[in-house]
Design a protein around this ligand. Structure first.
Ligand code: APR
Ligand code: PHB
Length: 396
């Protein structure tokens, strides 16, 4: 039996950052993660950080490498009908985004937790939550064949979409909102200098494509694909040929072809919009992918996880600031509503970006509307400002 103030389930960016923010507030945590530290730090994920996210990472004391290696982008481009249209984020909002891989954010947070000497259990099996509706929740798990129990004041469910935390809440206590998209994203990571300065989101008659990057020597690119597709059907050559077809010959010609750039990672991910409400059940709080999923088109997944745990850390800080006898649960009530307001804004934007930039089977009328809305975006400063505001992220 161990005792702590907050037991955190999941060592993704949400769990690790919450641990770091609470550490800065002198609040004790134990972190329980099902996978190994190597696996967690090796996962390939997205990498566009809103300025608000950078601020929170600075507060957590984990932004020095981000500032040293992150790429500041003042705009993004939209490709349509063989032309590229730049959305000048800086001119429209006064803000820029930072391209810095989630893998790097996770590594910086893992290093900070190790440096803080805060307890983490990787390869924690069979994590289970108990008595979360009451004042004394407990978490049990097995580690190297031995059973363990943690007594705590609160549990933070940061264990992602497939985690145990959300599933520990009675179905009647949760409202779930979901939309599944009829296509996936085929992503490739490759080592060559990005022959594009800023991200390019392309709506082409052959489907969506995204030209992104990780560093001055590494690119990350995506193609809309069928959910029936299998990685084996997509050779590197087929990927880059199709990529060139969708981005247009000018960009296509810049991708190394002799030899073909070998992929160092290739994966297919489904697209989903998902929200579970509320984010609190008794002494359990949900944050990050455990509570919501956005399609990656708006680059909001990581940024939402960060804003969730920023709000949650503030709520817990306010709770623990009161002397033990005066601690009011009311300080915690605001978390769910505050986070959900931002979550639904990001859900709407991510859904809008997905609807604007992908080929949807079937409806020619919808396609005409999509094209008309894109043309309006390119002609209207007001429409561009709305897109830019959402892309750089609404105020925290
Ligand atoms: N017990 C312990 N750990 C668990 C369990 C469990 N039962 N189930 C899942 N986990 C761990 C996973 O192994 C993972 O490391 O919880 C962690 C959840 O991390 P993420 O999925 O990265 O979720 P989150 O921290 O909310 O980050 C959201 O990740 O998927 C991207 O686009 C998403 O950028 C967003 C970010
Ligand atoms: C990425 O770099 O992986 C990336 C960037 C922007 C997105 C999605 C993914 O919208």
């Amino acid at each position: 039996m161990r005792r702590t103030q907050v037991a955190i389930v999941g060592a993704g960016p949400a769990g690790l950052l919450l641990g770091q923010l609470l550490y800065k507030e002198g609040i004790e945590t134990i972190l329980l993660e099902r996978r190994s530290a190597e696996y967690v730090s090796g996962r390939i994920r997205a990498g566009v950080l809103e300025p608000g996210t950078v601020n929170v990472l600075e507060r957590a004391g984990v932004a020095s490498r981000l500032h040293a290696e992150g790429l500041l982008h003042e705009g993004v481009e939209i490709g349509f009908r063989g032309r590229r249209h730049r959305i000048n984020l800086k001119a429209l909002t006064g803000k820029s985004v930072t391209v810095y891989g989630q893998t790097e954010v996770t590594r910086d947070l893992m290093d900070a937790r190790a440096a803080a000497g805060a307890p983490s259990v990787y390869e924690a099996e069979d994590v289970a939550l108990h008595d979360i509706a009451g004042p004394s929740p407990r978490v049990t798990y097995r580690h190297r064949g031995v059973g363990h129990e943690v007594a705590c004041d609160f549990v933070a469910g940061c264990d992602g979409f497939h985690g145990i935390s959300r599933r520990s809440i009675p179905a009647a206590a949760l409202s779930v909102y979901e939309r599944v998209y009829p296509f996936g994203w085929l992503g490739v990571l490759a080592d060559f200098p990005p022959p594009w300065e800023e991200l390019i989101y392309a709506n082409s008659e052959h489907g969506f494509a995204l030209a992104s990057m990780r560093s001055p020597t590494r690119v990350r690119c995506y193609l809309q694909c069928s959910l029936e597709d299998r990685i084996g059907q997509w050779s590197d050559e087929r990927f880059w040929t199709e990529f060139g077809r969708r981005l247009g010959s000018e960009i296509g010609a810049r991708v190394p072809s002799t030899p073909i750039a070998p992929s160092i990672e290739k994966s297919i991910a489904p697209l989903r919009s998902f929200v579970a409400e509320p984010l609190r059940f008794g002494r359990l709080f949900l944050a990050g992918d455990a509570a919501h999923i956005v399609p990656p088109t708006g680059a909001k997944g990581l940024n939402l996880a960060v804003s969730d745990v920023f709000y949650l850390s503030e709520a817990l800080r306010n709770f623990y600031r009161e002397p033990p006898g005066d601690r009011a649960e009311s300080a915690l009530d605001a978390y769910s509503a505050r986070a959900l307001r931002r979550i639904w804004h990001a859900e709407r934007f991510s859904w809008w970006m997905t609807r604007q930039l992908h080929r949807f089977p079937g409806d020619a009328f919808d396609e005409r509307l999509q094209h008309a809305e894109l043309e309006h975006l390119f002609e209207s400063r007001a429409a561009q400002a709305s897109m830019a505001e959402n892309y750089v992220g609404l105020a925290l």
